[in-house]
Design a protein. Structure first.
Length: 86
């Protein structure tokens, strides 16, 4: 699980923001180069909380722009939950 440092969480401020400062939800980007990627096949990001489509699109674009070198090493990208679809 990766904490991308990007979140569009709008509910409850930092209380429900999985990427808030001090969050323990995933490895931060500065530590990803230290990870042995040979045994990892899923890149998992959970950075939303009741976010509308703008949040989902923003997260996907942010991850694609900033984590491409890691995504190329895995078979699956999981954007977690928090997508508020109705």
């Amino acid at each position: 699980r990766v904490n991308p440092g990007y979140s569009n969480a709008t509910l409850g401020g930092d209380l429900y923001n999985p990427c808030a400062p001090g969050s323990r939800f995933g490895e931060v980007p500065s530590k990803l180069d230290q990870v042995d990627w040979s045994g990892i096949d899923i890149f998992h990001v959970h950075a939303l909380c009741e976010s509308l489509h703008e949040g989902s699109v923003g997260l996907i674009e942010f991850v694609a722009d900033n984590f491409g070198q890691y995504i190329e090493q895995v078979s699956t990208v999981n954007f977690g939950g928090g997508h508020f679809l109705n």
